[in-house]
Design a protein around this ligand. Structure first.
Ligand code: GRF
Length: 222
């Protein structure tokens, strides 16, 4: 950890519901498909949480839409197969989503994580994985839905913002909220500094939200 990340990490934050201690389940690991359009730091946070034993899951595949993104290097490093589905090759959103569903099924995914997936998804994908798709968004929803959430928060002059993990439904950034983290907006913030502060918390709440969705094994089923 460098000095910068130490500083960022030291800023006040609030996570709700609070991160619960390492919860091991007797269930088989959740099979995750992760979708990313950019750096993939959230992909890596999930991979690290699995490695650290904080999340009983395995990442089956990374689906990405922009050639050459850093997320692919990360997937290679973590030994996760990656599949490029370039949205520019598809005329309609539904066609892209059909291809996404095919890949997710091919890799036997049962939970889908949109970790910086910058495309609007359609019922083709949503109905193929009902209540099994989650998204991470860099604001305290329902504020600042859609693109440029961080810029919108700065323009609005809010003093607190954060990030949200929610279930995906048809309306953009509107599904059931699972976990949120709040951070202060500082007077000297730029979109970059604020995003860095939010991302520290994203990397905490995304694995936590996935763990929260894990099927629980009750004594009755043991
Ligand atoms: C995150 O800030 C997420 O909230 C937003 O896109 C960003 C992706 O970051 N939807 P990364 O690619 O995981 O680093």
């Amino acid at each position: 950890m460098n000095n910068h990340s130490l500083l960022v990490d030291a800023t006040p934050h609030l996570i709700s519901p609070p991160i619960s201690p390492n919860r091991s389940t007797n269930s088989s690991p959740m099979k995750l498909g992760i979708m990313a359009s950019g750096s993939g730091s959230n992909f890596e946070a999930v991979a690290q949480a699995i490695k650290d034993g904080q999340l009983n899951a395995q990442i089956q595949v990374l689906i990405y839409n922009n050639p050459g993104i850093k997320a692919v290097e990360r997937a290679e490093r973590w030994g996760v197969p990656s599949v490029l589905l370039n949205h520019r090759d598809y005329k309609h959103r539904e066609e892209l989503d059909t291809a996404i569903v095919e890949v997710l099924q091919q890799y036997q995914v049962d939970w889908v994580v949109m970790a910086g997936w910058m495309r609007i998804v359609t019922p083709v994908l949503i109905n193929a994985f009902p209540d099994k798709i989650i998204n991470i968004h860099p604001s305290l929803l329902p504020s600042f839905k859609g693109a440029h959430a961080i810029e919108k928060a700065l323009e609005a002059g809010v003093k607190i913002t954060g990030c949200t993990v929610h279930l995906v439904c048809q309306e953009v950034d509107s599904g059931l909220i699972l976990v949120q983290a709040a951070v202060p907006v500082l007077p000297e913030d730029t979109p970059e500094t604020l995003h860095a502060r939010i991302q520290v918390q994203e990397h905490r709440i995304l694995p936590q939200a996935i763990a929260q969705l894990a099927p629980r094994t009750t004594s009755a089923t043991l």
